[in-house]
Design a protein around this ligand. Structure first.
Ligand code: 5GP
Length: 124
């Protein structure tokens, strides 16, 4: 039992339709929706539909189909929202907080995708 998934976390409830969300893109294995407290003009959360707690959990145990679906959905959503780095676009930041030291708030793996302004340097 390396990872313990809480089926009542808020994103699980969003996936079950118990809590409304502002969906940007839904695919077979992935949901992308607007963050409720955006930190940038564009701030969306990409989540797999499967019960993965953290990024490392998703990377280790998701199927190839889930991983491909998730990564392609992220690329598509960047394109849809006009923040992709391709074609001279201004780009974005994608981050994920995992576990206690990552200060993860919601225990369902999610990728924050932020853009629409310069986000400053993170790792100075
Ligand atoms: P974490 O700190 O776990 O990386 O980020 C959790 C994110 O989920 C935060 O940016 C927070 O604003 C967002 N969030 C928390 N509850 C909700 C909710 O009910 N709906 C949406 N759309 N976002 C949420």
């Amino acid at each position: 039992m390396a990872y313990v998934y809480d089926t009542n976390n808020i994103f699980a409830r969003i996936l079950r339709g118990e809590i409304p969300n502002n969906t940007v893109l839904e695919t077979e294995h992935t949901l992308v929706f607007r963050d409720i407290a955006p930190k940038a003009p564009v701030h969306v959360l990409a989540i797999p539909k499967g019960p993965y707690v953290t990024y490392d959990h998703f990377c280790a145990e998701a199927s190839d189909a889930e991983i491909v679906d998730f990564t392609r959905a992220c690329a598509k959503v960047c394109d849809m929202l006009g923040i992709a780095a391709k074609d001279g676009g201004k780009g974005f930041r994608a981050i994920t907080n995992s576990g206690e030291n990552g200060v993860q708030e919601v225990p369902h793996f999610h990728l924050h995708i932020l853009g629409g302004r310069s986000l400053g340097r993170m790792l100075d």
